[in-house]
Ligand binder design. Structure first.
Ligand SMILES: [Zn+2]
Length: 272
C-alpha cells in the first residue's frame, strides 16, 4: 500500500522541526548553561520592544509620576551596571505600571522590565526593589523566554505537520501559539535560576541580598495577591524557596545597603 504524499510531507516537517530544535544550541555567556534557542539576542531585543506597549496596556499603562518612575529606573540601572547583567548584549528599560491592585513584575525578552504600583507600594526598602528587578533581570540574562519560544516553535512544527496531514490549521491558531510563547509562564527551574542570579546581582550592586527574602515574605503576606504574582506562579511552596535563598546567602555572604530612607523619600512618600 502506498503512503499518501500528504503523510510523507507531514513526517518530513515533523522531522525537520525536531532536527532544528535539537541542533540549535548556544552557550549562555553569563550562566555558562548550554541552551536550545532559535532566535538571536538582537531578535529578543526587537521582540521585547515591540511587545512592551501591549504589555504596559494590560496593567494600567505607564504611571504619570516622574520622581517614582526615575527612581525605579535608577535602581534597575545600578543593578545592571555593577553586575554581569551589564556585560550581556541586552538593552534594559524599567517600566513602572499604574495598576494599583495587581501585585506583580515581569520581563520581556531582551531587557524590557515591568513592576506594578500594586507591588512597589508593598515594599519597604530599595534592597527589596533591587530584589524584584534583579530577579526579572535574571529571566532576561537566563534567556528564559527565548528558551520557551524555541520549545514552542518545536511544538508549532509538530502542530504544523498535523495541519498538513489533516489539512486544517488556521493562521489564527498559529498566531495563538506565538502569542502564548511571549506571555508564557516560566518553569520552576527558571524561577530558581532567576532567584540565584538576582541574589548575585544584588551583591554585585552592593544591596543587602536579604532584601530578596523580605520580598518573598511581602509577596506571601499579600495572600490573595499570591495567585497573581509571576514570582509565585510556578511555586506551590514559597517556604522551600526561602530556605534555598537563605542557604545561598549564607554561602555567598550578606552585607550591602538596604536603603529604607531613600525608598521612603522616593516612593512611599508619593504612593501611600
Ligand atoms: Zn520569575
Amino acid at each position: 500500500m502506498r503512503k499518501s504524499p500528504r503523510l510523507i510531507i507531514a513526517i518530513v516537517i515533523a522531522l525537520f522541526s525536531a532536527v532544528t530544535y535539537f541542533t540549535q544550541r548556544s552557550t549562555n555567556e553569563v550562566t555558562g548553561e548550554v541552551q536550545r534557542i532559535s532566535i538571536t539576542p538582537e531578535q529578543e531585543i526587537a521582540l521585547g520592544l515591540q511587545s512592551a506597549p501591549e504589555m504596559a496596556q494590560q496593567f494600567g499603562g505607564a504611571i504619570d509620576h516622574a520622581v517614582v518612575d526615575d527612581y525605579v529606573a535608577a535602581v534597575g540601572e545600578r543593578v545592571v551596571a555593577r553586575s554581569a547583567a551589564g556585560k550581556s548584549p541586552y538593552r534594559y528599560n524599567f517600566h513602572l505600571l499604574a495598576d494599583p491592585e495587581t501585585v506583580n513584575a515581569f520581563a520581556l525578552p531582551g531587557g524590557q522590565i515591568f513592576i506594578t504600583v500594586g507591588l512597589l507600594r508593598r515594599l519597604s526598602s530599595e534592597a527589596q526593589l533591587a530584589g524584584v528587578l534583579g530577579h526579572e533581570i535574571g529571566h532576561v540574562v537566563g534567556r528564559h523566554s527565548a528558551e520557551h519560544m524555541a520549545k514552542a516553535q518545536f511544538t508549532q512544527g509538530l502542530i504544523g505537520a498535523v495541519g498538513v496531514g489533516t489539512g486544517d490549521l488556521s493562521a489564527q491558531q498559529v498566531a495563538a501559539v506565538v502569542g502564548q510563547a511571549v506571555n508564557m509562564k516560566y518553569g520552576r527551574q527558571d524561577e530558581l535560576e532567576s532567584d540565584s542570579l538576582g541574589i548575585v546581582f544584588m551583591q554585585d550592586a552592593d544591596y543587602d541580598p536579604r532584601g530578596m527574602m523580605r520580598l518573598m515574605q511581602v509577596l506571601a503576606e499579600a495572600g490573595g495577591a499570591r495567585g497573581q504574582s509571576e514570582f509565585f506562579s510556578t511555586h506551590p511552596n514559597p517556604e522551600n524557596r526561602m530556605q534555598r535563598l537563605e542557604a545561598l546567602i549564607a554561602l555567598t555572604g550578606g552585607g550591602g545597603e538596604t536603603a529604607e530612607a531613600r525608598f521612603q523619600e522616593n516612593v512611599l512618600k508619593y504612593l501611600k
